[in-house]
Ligand binder design. Structure first.
Ligand code: SAH
Ligand code: SF4
Ligand code: F3S
Length: 444
């Protein structure tokens, strides 16, 4: 007897946190397809709501509970609605979530997404479903077999997950587990599938993506080898990768930036602090000088590369002098675009137990750092005016007749262009800048 086709149910996923969560949300939606779920873009009327959460800072984690509070009304309206928590808060807090928020039916950690169909079935039968294991089986193997629907021109592809570095402030090694790389053949197959579905640009993802060391047909492949093979795939015109750790920037990867036109001139390379004392306390295992030399080598390979980074201010023990070392490093590097945060103590991490910097000192330092970073971003954008860059057009702009895309350097560019250019790359002459984007005209 064939089983009846399950009725169509509506799935709403809200995604918080990093790009890996964006990738994972797509995989979760696909995993639930055979259970009869179709994605919807509104929580109202959904049969299953999943919050794909982030635990990196306290604010990020707290958002989940306030969102759950808001969802209560929907559950009153529709008693059949099931609510699930996925992602890094699910991994970190597990059962505690079910205790703190009884309207949650399902809790699933990032390594168990392939088990979602059975967890959903259990929740649907009225039980509470919890899975925060680090299973032996290959999640990615079981998340495969996607429908060949066409999709946007830019896609994420997770190649590595987890982290063994244990920076003293960070929850990632606990929420994502030990470092693991997907086999090269699996990554290449997924990339070919994406190319067939219209994807022109792939951003390779990993918590430490440049620590990638996946099994290849002829032994271990590093990230540089993987990128070289991906660049050879027909249709894949642009490659990016994020996030990298300074200690894993191999010579081969630096060289690839100079050799491969497909590898885009943008590098997100977090340093966190410019003070050696703080870097040591953070367990980063590199100095400010190591980082500056590294940036020099990357720029020697690809002079027009746009540098990006992450910073934490107010890490326990940070003095004004330490903070000024950070400002000095920022001036020495000259970034195109950065992320900066006040240190947020995270339960279970070593730095949370240390003497904390006053909140108003943190706020003051963050504002000063961000003022400098904004000046650099504005200058980097102004420097693009008069240059020609490739732009991959992703969507319609706000003005009629306008398209928006991303430049090689990952800057948003508004251009008057025909809709036929959507999903394609064209040469654009940059004519002006706005706070967070560039304007240009089609060239040639
Ligand atoms: N794997 C990446 C970063 C992952 S987390 C790396 O090694 O650089 C993303 C960023 O969040 C970090 O770079 C850091 O700047 C910030 N972050 C992590 N933990 C934090 C904390 N406890 N408080 C404030 N910012 C934090
Ligand atoms: Fe977190 Fe990155 Fe450090 Fe790993 S290397 S512990 S992910 S900040
Ligand atoms: Fe957040 Fe987890 Fe990503 S903590 S930043 S969602 S790896």
């Amino acid at each position: 007897m064939t089983s009846p086709t399950p009725p169509t149910r509506k799935l709403f996923i809200r995604t918080y946190g990093c790009q890996m969560n964006v990738y994972d949300s797509e995989r979760m939606a696909e995993a639930l397809g055979p259970s009869g779920y179709e994605l919807t873009d509104s929580a109202e009327g959904a049969d299953l709501i999943l919050l794909n959460t982030c635990h990196i800072r306290e604010k990020a984690a707290e958002k989940v509970y306030s969102e759950l509070g808001r969802l209560r009304a929907l559950k009153v309206e529709n008693p059949d609605l099931k609510i699930g928590v996925a992602g890094c808060v699910a991994q970190a807090e597990g059962e505690e979530i079910l205790r703190r928020q009884p309207l949650v039916d399902l809790v699933v950690g990032p390594q168990s997404y392939h088990r979602l169909p059975e967890l959903e079935a259990r929740a649907r039968q009225g039980g509470k479903a919890l899975d925060t294991d680090f299973p032996e089986e290959d999640k990615f193997d079981r998340l495969g077999g996607r429908p060949k629907a066409p999709r946007g021109p830019s896609a994420f592809l997770t190649v590595q997950e987890g982290c063994d570095k244990f920076c003293a402030f960070c929850v990632v090694p606990y929420t994502r587990g030990a470092e693991a790389s997907r086999p090269a053949s699996q990554v290449l197959a997924e990339a070919r599938d994406l190319a067939e579905r219209g994807v022109r640009e792939i951003t390779l993802l990993g918590q430490n993506v440049n620590a990638y060391h996946g099994a290849g047909p002829d032994g271990d492949w590093g990230l540089a080898r993987l990128i070289r093979e991906l660049a050879a795939i027909d249709g894949i015109d642009r490659l990016r990768y994020t996030t990298s750790h300074p200690n894993d920037m191999s010579d081969d990867l630096i060289a690839a930036h100079g050799e491969l036109p497909e590898l885009m001139p943008y590098l997100h390379l977090p340093v966190q602090s410019g003070s050696d004392r703080m870097l040591k306390a953070m367990n980063r295992k590199h100095t400010a000088e190591d980082y500056l030399r590294l940036v020099e080598r990357v720029r020697a390979a690809r002079p027009d590369i746009l540098m990006s980074g992450d910073f934490i201010v107010g890490f326990p023990g940070e003095t004004e002098a330490d903070f000024e070392d950070t400002l000095a490093l920022v001036r020495a590097v000259s970034y195109g675009q950065c992320y900066s945060f006040k240190y947020s103590p995270r339960p279970g991490t070593p730095a949370a137990e240390r003497d904390q910097v006053d909140e108003d000192v943190k706020t003051d330092r963050l504002l000063r750092l961000q003022a400098l970073l904004t000046d650099q971003q504005v200058a980097a954008q102004a420097a693009m005016v008069g240059r020609r860059v490739g732009v991959l057009f992703e969507k319609a702009g706000r003005m009629p007749g306008q398209l928006v895309g991303k430049s090689d350097h990952l800057q948003a560019v508004h251009v008057e262009a025909p809709e036929t250019l959507l999903g394609r790359i064209a040469e654009v002459a940059i004519t002006g800048t706005a706070p967070n984007s560039l304007a240009g005209v089609l060239a040639g």
